[in-house]
Design a protein around this ligand. Structure first.
Ligand code: HOZ
Length: 434
């Protein structure tokens, strides 16, 4: 196809004239992998079709929300009905109470929850709440963990302990990030040293339990256990960012997976997004009652939103939660995801490509490395050019992965064994050329 006949290309040209970089969220621009982003016209089940009408097996799933696949009939019906009754009221509704009740039932660490519109908003609000509830300013995060684009959280780690305040973005004043401490993920020694030095000043430790923004890196059980113990010992709140993992890796989120390994394990605050909105702008943060009651109008921590608890988004979220609660849902999803991961591993091994992969529930990641990385520095050892060749080879064969090696992948309940087999066959062809 020439540029003259490629509608993706012409749309990207038009987009670049009116939208910075041609996209409304940077990674969509294919800057890391090169080439022309696909402009999606429609999607159904496990597939998406671009502006040229080319079909792709979709492993992004809108970056996580589309756990049922695209266009699930029960979800569409709920959304259509809700839209007829009104798009937004800016007033309380019965449906948001129902959704809050459903979330709390599935997430026992939360006594109360507040609905917002995006994961960034939920993460930002959780930090304010933690600071308000503890009366402390400092926060701790880990290199490679992404918690949305709020100023205080856009901090890259400096190497080594106790590195405060290196904003990853222009426009974030140093004073805003001076309270953000960044440590290496899965490094227990560094964690213990940091708490010994700053523990009494920390409002919270915020983490992705399975980091999905440095591809897919699990927190080790020991690291998770020490995070919990040290927060308790020093009076800091443990904030679990389950925007990606919530209702994605298990019905009770990643915290339910860790609770099986660490008896009594629970975070103090959980941040959620993506799946709880089923594809509509909806996110949430929740936690223990005495912490959540610090929020306005009960408490002194202000937080608000015109579209919070939006009636159409909550209908979409409720219908999605209804489906994922059905018996066997996660077993089937995890089994499809494992089949994908083990198929890719076997194909890479046959072709002599260094490759490793991991998955939990419907979330997966893979690396062109001989061993699974434990932290961001290890993830960075991936050969980016090789990943780009793999990405484009798969895209040409109708398989749509995230256009950057730092992103996790997502399988939906709509992916069939045939889709997985076709993906593995395509990968095998590409591995031969890497
Ligand atoms: N937050 C996503 C990257 N981890 C990108 C979301 C999007 O572009 O839609």
């Amino acid at each position: 196809m020439t540029h003259n006949t490629d509608r993706n290309f012409s749309l990207f040209e038009r987009a670049r004239a009116v939208i910075p970089g041609g996209v409304n969220s940077p990674v969509r621009a294919f800057k890391a992998v090169g080439g022309t982003p696909r402009f999606i016209g429609r999607a159904q089940g496990a597939y998406m079709w671009d502006a040229n009408g080319t079909r792709y097996i979709d492993y992004i799933g809108s970056w996580g929300p589309m756990i049922l696949g695209h266009g699930h009939p029960a979800v569409l019906e709920a959304v259509q009905k809700a839209a007829v009754d009104g798009l937004s009221f800016g007033a309380p509704t019965e449906r948001e109470v129902e959704l809050a009740e459903a979330i709390l039932e599935l997430m026992p660490s939360m006594d109360m929850v507040r609905l917002v519109s995006s994961g960034t908003e939920a993460g930002m609000s959780a930090i304010r709440l933690a600071r308000g509830a503890t009366g402390r300013s400092k926060i701790l995060k880990f290199e490679g963990c992404y918690h949305g684009h709020a100023d205080a959280l856009l901090v890259k780690a400096g190497s080594g302990l106790a590195t405060f305040g290196n904003a990853t973005s222009a426009g974030v004043p140093p004073e805003v990030v001076q309270h953000t401490l960044v440590l290496e993920y899965n490094n227990v020694v560094q964690l213990e040293e940091a708490f010994a030095l700053h523990g009494r000043d920390l409002a919270c430790l915020m983490m992705e339990p399975i980091a999905g923004n440095m591809n897919f890196v699990r927190a080790s059980t020991e690291f998770t256990r020490r995070c919990r113990e040290l927060c308790t010992e020093y009076g800091a709140l443990l904030v679990y960012d389950e925007v990606m993992t919530g209702f994605r890796v298990a019905l009770g989120g990643a915290q339910s997976v860790y609770a099986q390994q660490i008896p009594g394990f629970a975070p103090d605050i959980t941040v959620m997004g993506k799946v709880i909105g089923g594809g509509m702008p909806l996110a949430a943060f929740g936690g223990r009652r005495e912490v959540m009651e610090q929020l306005a109008p009960l408490g002194a921590v202000y937080q608000a939103g015109t579209l919070s608890g939006n009636p159409v988004a909550t209908a979409c979220g409720l219908a999605t939660l209804h489906e994922i609660r059905k018996p066997g849902f996660y077993e089937a999803l995890a089994s499809s995801t494992r089949a994908l991961v083990s198929g890719l591993e076997a194909a890479a091994a046959d072709e002599g490509v260094p490759f490793c992969a991991d998955s939990e529930g419907g979330m997966f990641g893979f690396f062109l490395l001989p061993e699974l990385p434990q932290n961001y520095a290890e993830v960075m050892r991936t050969d980016g050019q090789r990943f780009n060749r793999l990405f484009h080879g798969l895209l040409e064969r109708g398989v749509y992965l995230a256009p950057a090696l730092y992103e996790a992948g997502f399988v939906s309940a709509a992916h069939t064994q045939d889709d997985i087999a076709a993906t593995v066959a395509a990968a095998r062809e590409v591995f031969k050329t890497l």
